[in-house]
Design a protein around this ligand. Structure first.
Ligand SMILES: NC(=O)C1=CN([C@@H]2O[C@H](COP(=O)(O)OP(=O)(O)OC[C@H]3O[C@@H](n4cnc5c(N)ncnc54)[C@H](OP(=O)(O)O)[C@@H]3O)[C@@H](O)[C@H]2O)[C@H](O)CC1
Ligand code: K
Length: 490
């Protein structure tokens, strides 16, 4: 899993990498540039002039290298020089400046007329930004924000600090895409910054995982390559008991769809036997819509027969306190708590201490704040999530773009899969089903949470590519099996 370092560790990381593998810092910049170009060409942006804003530091150096490569690929390229003097350029930027082909137009920012349209690349400021944007830089960012066209930030949007939050009053160059190098800078993962970051693309520049381990950080970014090793292997003699007996508790009058979605997604994840505990009067709904699932009434007392329990989807909060207390006292294995189970917990915080160790709580931001109180921003949220995980030895899955998993030992992991098309009713119930299924299959709670959020996000991406904004939770479920094929076979 890739470690997320502080922005000011980047230059040290680069130096160590270059020293270890005998590469120059210019060569590393070139690797970053080529990674950007590779992504850019895949996007098939066509027929428009490209304007690259370049600053005096290495972020600008990346921009100058990008200009050269794009011109060589027959794009019409203009670099907008956002520095005062060539002499101010960093050493590697100067090399790229001198290598600019004749065909690249150069214009200083002061003389730059607003084009009516184009593709804009922001290589003005990167992780070397210190503090608040200087007044001299404000017109550049303002001009950028007024341009019409596709906007791409190199490494990080200019004006955004690598651990910062773009509040209304801060000036940041907004992007449709941010192509970041080596590891995602923390601020690129904050929901508050979504509108300035756009779509996040990570470009590998060849820095070894082992090098990251020499830096202290409890923050990680989950990638596809981290998943197969966490999957449990089954064999030809495996029977449905091996794939887990799980119990899903939820649903209430008018909200039975939530349990239906959890049950179907658990089955599509591979759960061996799924039982739903619901109100007797609603039995028909489950039996008719998920024939593979079994149904039991609310009087069931023997929970030991189950490998994992997921509780909460559509459950309602009325008169649930005693039931939740009974569950927490009777089931000693980790369980999954979502939706109304979390709301019951918020209303009865004394129940938190009854949670079986390593239980997985999956709140969205609203449910989370009901649990811990209101949060100023994502940094504050991350801190409170970590405190809660450590205090009760539980795993918190804070849902959203780049879902955050907080582990009891203090590590915090950001997910890399997902799409805004998943912002639809029932998507959370699907996640509950997936994670409960993994727990039932004998995955460690940590692996169940990691694999759960990764597969869920990927299934959402697949569904979004077919259904776009018409994506519904059932579409996500349909795509779960494909995510296993992708993760295992590539
Ligand atoms: N491993 C990697 O990820 C690689 C990243 N690369 C790229 O390099 C940049 C970081 O480059 P660096 O030279 O350290 O810094 P920047 O270019 O981001 O920023 C320096 C310029 O910013 C000016 N600055 C600083 N603070 C402010 C401010 N508050 N307001 C306005 N301007 C500011 C600074 O001006 P000075 O006058 O202080 O010098 C510099 O002009 C990284 O983001 C990647 O894009 C490498 O290419 C390869 C490896
Ligand atoms: K930038």
């Amino acid at each position: 899993m890739i470690r997320i370092l502080k922005g000011d560790a980047v230059s040290k990381l680069d130096q160590m990498h270059c020293k270890r593998i005998g590469q120059s810092s210019y060569e590393l910049m070139e690797t970053a540039v080529q990674g950007f170009i590779h992504w850019f060409e895949e996007q098939k942006f066509t027929g428009q002039e490209i304007f690259i804003y370049v600053g005096g530091g290495n972020n600008g150096g990346d921009g100058l290298g990008i200009a050269r490569h794009l011109q060589q690929r027959n794009y019409q390229v203009t670099v907008v020089l956002c520095f005062n003097d060539e002499a101010d350029l960093s050493a590697d930027s100067k090399i790229n400046f001198d290598r600019l082909p004749e065909g690249v137009s150069k214009i200083s920012f002061e003389d730059f007329d607003f084009p009516s349209k184009g593709i804009f690349i922001d290589a003005f400021l990167g992780v070397g930004l210190k503090g608040k944007l200087r007044d001299s830089a404000l017109p550049i960012v303002d001009s950028w924000n007024k341009q019409q066209g596709v906007k791409i930030a190199v490494d990080i949007p200019s004006g955004l600090l690598s651990e910062g939050i773009a509040e209304e009053k801060t000036s940041v160059a907004c992007a449709d895409y941010t192509v970041t190098f080596a590891f995602p800078k923390l601020s690129l993962l904050f929901p508050e910054n979504a509108k300035v970051v756009g779509e996040l693309v990570l470009v590998d520049i060849g820095i070894a995982d082992s090098l990251y381990q020499e830096f202290e950080s409890d923050l990680f970014y989950i990638q596809k390559k981290d998943i197969p090793e966490r999957h449990r292997r089954f064999h030809r003699f495996s029977h449905k008991g091996d794939f887990g007996r799980i119990l899903l508790i939820g649903g209430s009058l008018g909200k039975m769809g939530a349990v239906v979605l959890s049950a179907k997604s658990a089955l599509r994840t591979g759960a061996g036997l799924v039982t739903c505990q619901i109100e007797e009067s609603e039995r028909f709904i489950i039996q008719a819509s998920v024939p593979e699932a079994m149904v039991i009434g609310e009087d069931l007392k023997d929970l030991d027969a189950f490998d994992a329990i997921g509780v909460g989807p559509g459950w309602g909060v009325d008169n649930r306190e005693k039931k939740l207390e009974f569950l927490l006292k009777s089931f000693s294995k980790p369980m999954v708590l979502d939706a109304d189970a979390l709301n019951v917990l918020s209303q009865n915080p004394e129940l938190l201490s009854l949670l079986p160790k390593n239980s997985i709580l999956t709140p969205h931001l609203g449910e989370f704040e009901r649990l811990v109180g209101s949060c100023v921003n994502h940094l504050d949220r991350m801190g409170k999530a970590s405190e809660l995980s450590k205090k009760y030895q539980i795993i918190l899955v804070l849902k959203g773009a780049n879902t955050l998993i907080s582990l009891p030992d203090g590590r915090q992991l950001f997910n890399s899969t997902g799409t805004h098309f998943m912002a639809t009713g029932g998507a959370g119930d699907v996640l509950t089903g997936i994670i409960t299924a993994f727990l039932g299959m004998g995955y460690s709670p940590e692996n169940a949470a990691i694999c759960g959020v990764f597969h869920h996000g990927l299934a959402g991406e697949y569904a979004g590519k077919i259904r776009f904004q018409g994506t519904i939770a059932s579409d996500i479920i349909e795509q779960i099996p494909r995510t296993f094929e992708f993760v295992e076979n590539s």
